[in-house]
Design a protein around this ligand. Structure first.
Ligand code: AGP
Length: 589
């Protein structure tokens, strides 16, 4: 996690870096800092907490070169002292990092035995001291950084600014790093969105590549050999810059409402574009669908669709657990990775295991040019546009819409799936009205003081129940738990007492009767029963009635949970876009 941004060129670099960091705050917002050149010094400006509305005017002077960092704390508390960038003892350079130095303790002990001292609690300072140590042997900063980087274990991306010249060095391994080539200057950043309004010319760095910008000249190197490498610019698609709130109070609500279009965008693949993946699925020995968090539930839903509609024995795996099954991956398998960011460390690691065994990789990712996309044999984009709110909403529904298309395409029913998503999109055109908002706000008002809530689903709505509950946990910090309705009587029912809220998801399908039995059982114990259903039923104290979206019904059913999460979170005074302790892109393990 953490966001890195650097700029050198015409214009006011500190202001450009602060604006870039604001766009990267979804990656972490515990603390932030920037470093810029002033006369023959590097000046650091750091703060604990979010950047908020900070502007440089009157605080930070104009400068031609600067780097910055927004942090999600791993080693050391979220204090000003631990905020990046960190400075070398002689002030020659500053460094910011995204990642974790896994051999942190070993390196620190070695450096301490050599007499080095540390000011912060971070693992970042280890890298600073390693570079300093290498500079004692040779005065070349680039070489000192390269050698230090080779000593690091774990996924790390770093950026350095040197004091005496216009010199930025950045190195990537695991955590993302992309360069933007503008008419007026060069950008170094953790994603393309942070500078997409300035330039669409980009260079994606691969792992173990380093970039040096020295007095107007850009060069790329292979970290292992130290040799210079050629690079290729790419062009970003036109719509990649749109990341305003467009009149909404929060990105979360904007992104929820956008689903009326984004589900449709996700299925804009022709049959011939899908064919190679479909063929690979049909011929694979094993099909694994993997993801983490919300993307993990999307992976579960895609696997469900493949089993139910594609007749394919697809297996879902949580990315963080997939390592335990690495012995099972073979060259005859396909792994389909699901991810919004395309940078999630657990998911990338699973892909690496699978690739080592020769398995093929398919993916559905939202972020253009991300690592997972570039690791994939069959890479697809979920095409939801930038998702800024830390809690994923539109990316989830896009991923599962795409999954439905794939599952049906496997059995030659591509058109049926596409039409069902178009129908869902039609339903959503009139979905987000005042009546629904008022009803969900009223339920949210009555939930302000609850501690727990259970969400029941079955079959096609099982992953929807778990994702619905996760969404509400993330934004409200309340304990919502989703699980298959049939599991209730095997344990969780012990927790049901008078007024315990239980939300049940009921589609017009074969599981309806089982759902009603579960609702009866909790009602008999005094639960407050809420239905997300197609029609009213006396078993429900409150009902959120939705239209029947046919095979796309589970996609529709998650939306009331997203809205409840948003309205309850706002009522509780939380910032739905930046929930506590979370970051959007989890690039550490
Ligand atoms: C979603 O609301 C969460 N912030 C989180 O669970 C997320 O889905 C997970 O970290 C995976 O991220 P990815 O989709 O970028 O891979």
């Amino acid at each position: 996690m953490c966001g890195i941004f650097g700029y050198s060129g015409k214009g006011n670099a500190p202001e450009i870096v602060v604006n870039g960091l604001k766009r990267l705050e979804y990656r972490g917002y515990d603390s932030w800092g920037i470093a810029y050149q002033k006369k023959n010094k590097i000046v650091l400006y750091k703060k604990a907490g979010e950047i908020g509305n900070f502007t440089c005017s009157r605080i930070i002077p104009k400068a031609p070169i600067a780097i910055g960092h927004t942090r999600w704390a791993t080693h050391g508390r979220a204090t000003k002292l631990n905020a990046h960038p960190h400075e070398s003892v002689d002030g020659r350079f500053v460094l910011a990092q995204n990642g974790i130095v896994e051999n942190f303790q070993e390196l620190k002990s070695k450096l301490i035995s050599k007499g080095y001292k540390f000011n912060s609690e971070t693992d970042t300072e280890i890298i600073v001291r390693l570079v300093e140590d290498n500079l004692k042997k040779s005065d070349c900063l680039l070489e000192a950084v390269r050698l230090a980087f080779l000593d690091l274990k774990g996924r790390n991306t770093i950026i350095l600014l040197e004091r005496d010249k216009k010199h930025i060095v950045a190195v990537r391994n695991g955590s993302p790093l992309v360069l933007g080539i503008g008419g007026d200057g060069i950008y170094f950043a953790s994603d393309t969105l942070s500078f997409a309004d300035q330039t669409d010319r980009v260079i994606f760095l691969n792992d173990f590549e380093m970039a040096e910008y020295d007095n107007g000249k850009l060069r790329l190197f292979d970290v292992n050999s130290g040799e210079e490498i050629l690079y290729k610019e790419k062009k970003l698609p036109q719509n990649s810059a749109g990341i305003g709130k467009e009149g909404y109070d929060h990105y979360m609500l904007k992104e929820i409402v956008e689903q009326k279009h984004t589900v449709r965008e996700a299925v804009q693949y022709s049959q011939s574009e899908l064919r190679p993946l479909i063929q690979a699925i049909k011929t694979a020995k094993n099909i694994y669908v993997v993801g983490a968090g919300t993307a993990g539930f999307a992976a579960g839903q895609i696997a469900f669709f493949l089993r139910k509609y594609g007749g394919i024995h697809a297996i879902e795996l949580k990315s963080c657990e997939a390592g335990s099954y690495r012995n099972l991956f073979s060259k005859d398998d396909i792994v389909i990775a699901v991810s919004q960011s395309g940078e999630t460390a657990d998911t990338i690691e699973t892909i690496e295991f699978a690739k080592e065994k020769g398995a093929k990789i398919g993916s559905v990712v939202n972020m253009i040019g991300s690592t997972i996309t570039r690791m994939s044999d069959y890479g697809f984009l979920s095409r939801s546009g930038p998702e800024i709110c830390v809690a994923s909403t539109k990316a989830f529904t896009a991923q599962i819409s795409w999954g439905l298309l794939i599952a049906k395409a496997v059995v030659g029913k591509y058109e049926e799936a596409k039409q069902s998503i178009y129908f869902l999109s039609e339903i959503l055109q009139k979905f987000f009205d005042q009546k629904l908002f008022i009803q969900i706000q009223e339920i949210a008002r009555r939930m302000v003081n609850i501690e727990h809530c259970f969400v029941l689903g079955k079959g096609q709505n099982s992953n929807i129940a778990t994702e619905g509950a996760l969404k509400i946990k993330e934004i409200t910090y309340k304990h919502f738990e989703g699980f298959p309705a049939g599991e209730l009587k095997h344990g969780v029912i012990a927790l049901i007492e008078k007024d315990t809220p239980v939300i049940s998801i009921v589609s017009n399908d074969d599981d309806k009767a089982d759902l009603y039995s579960a609702v009866s059982e909790v009602k008999a114990r005094g639960a407050w029963t809420i239905g997300v259903a197609k029609s009213k039923n006396d078993l429900f104290d409150d009902s959120i009635i939705l239209r029947d979206a046919g095979i796309a019904d589970p996609i529709l059913n998650v939306i009331p949970f997203q809205l409840l999460s948003y309205f309850l979170g706002v009522k509780l005074g939380n910032n739905p876009d930046k929930p506590r302790n979370l970051a959007k892109s989890v690039t550490v393990k």
